[in-house]
Design a protein. Sequence first.
Length: 95
Amino acid sequence: MQIEHFKDWLRINTTYPEHTISTTISCCIRVEKYYGDLDKIIAECGEEWLIQELNYTTKNERDNVEPKIKIGGRVITGYASLKKAVKLYFKMYQI
């Protein structure tokens, strides 16, 4: 992941305060810990594969499906935050 480039991109393309930028980057780093380098995923698997992997639904929650990434708190909310951060990272490549 290109952390500095992403940080600069977020500053230019969002109205996020610095703490939200840091949180967004931390979410992407956390995803990379479990799935590997985001740049490599874009090149080898495409964006949609990871976005699908980060779908955690209320049905998953009801069925007690064990998430791949451990989340403190409500899993569905945590996964939504991770997915939003990753989507922003992928969006950086689309501009």
